[in-house]
Design a protein around this ligand. Structure first.
Ligand code: PEP
Length: 256
């Protein structure tokens, strides 16, 4: 059975000293526990190096929160996929709703980022999710469909095992109001079927589908038990090492 994946998205929080302390805290608490879970830390760019050093020799992996699709050039303020690999990243978050909502990232741009990440052997974690308005207006599946097809258009079938999808309903991110297990089951089932149509059943089965949105130590056990939940992307609760480790623990419990 494939490992579940738990990713800490620290967003734009913390100094390098704080990032180092947080990474060390996670490392110490996890130690050799919960080996069935792949644990990934996504610090701000400025802290990638201190976190890389803090997790060196452990099973913790390093993730960037964004990338540009060009490998290099006159793109002030941007960072390319090869640079992130060089900085020690194995994963990169693509299309987070904050990038879409606050910085205007389109589905087509997410697609270019996914392709660039794959080219550089970085695992893209493609975030998709509907707003409350889209859900209320019965447009959830249409929204997810456009996000998925826009971002996965140029992904060849053979590399489908090198990417992950995170279902992150926008209304659940940073609000303290997580999607219910029933809503998550329904959405992940829909996403799995869409991936099967795009990649075929066996390739689609290799793509983990993570849930993200106000996951915390209290709701993690219920969410981790939902079929088709292959892990989680955690924002706020990942900024404290004990609560993040408790979430990792909850996801190590899931059966089958
Ligand atoms: C996120 O930013 O991806 C996220 C899930 O945040 P939070 O856990 O704070 O809702």
């Amino acid at each position: 059975m494939a490992k579940r994946t738990v990713i800490a998205n620290w967003k734009m929080h913390g100094s390098r000293a704080e990032a180092r302390a947080l990474a060390r805290g996670v490392r110490r608490l996890l130690n050799n526990r919960f080996a069935a879970v792949e644990v990934v830390l996504a610090p701000p760019l400025t802290s990638l190096e201190v976190v890389r050093q803090a997790v060196e020799g452990s099973r913790l992996l390093l993730c960037a929160q964004n990338l540009h699709w060009q490998p290099q050039g006159a793109f002030t303020g941007e960072v390319g996929a090869d640079m992130l690999r060089d900085a020690g990243c194995s994963h990169v978050i693509v299309g987070h709703s904050e990038r879409r909502r606050l910085f205007g990232e389109t589905n087509a741009e997410s697609g270019r980022k996914v392709a660039a990440a794959l080219d550089a052997s970085l695992k893209p974690v493609l975030c998709i999710g509907e707003t409350l308005e889209q859900r209320g207006g019965g447009r959830t599946w249409r929204t997810l469909s456009a996000q998925l097809s826009g971002a996965l258009k140029s992904v060849p079938k053979s590399v489908s095992g090198s990417l992950a999808v995170a279902y992150e309903p926008v209304w659940a991110i940073g609000t303290g109001k997580n999607a219910t297990p029933t809503q998550v089951m329904e959405a992940h089932g829909w996403i799995r079927r869409a991936l099967k149509r795009r990649f075929g059943p066996s390739e689609a089965a290799r793509i983990p589908i993570l849930y993200g949105g106000s996951v915390n130590p209290a709701n993690a056990p219920d969410l981790a038990r939902v079929p088709e939940v292959d892990g989680t992307l955690v924002g706020g609760a990942s900024l404290e090492h004990r609560s993040f480790a408790a979430i990792v623990g909850a996801f190590s419990e899931r059966e089958g």
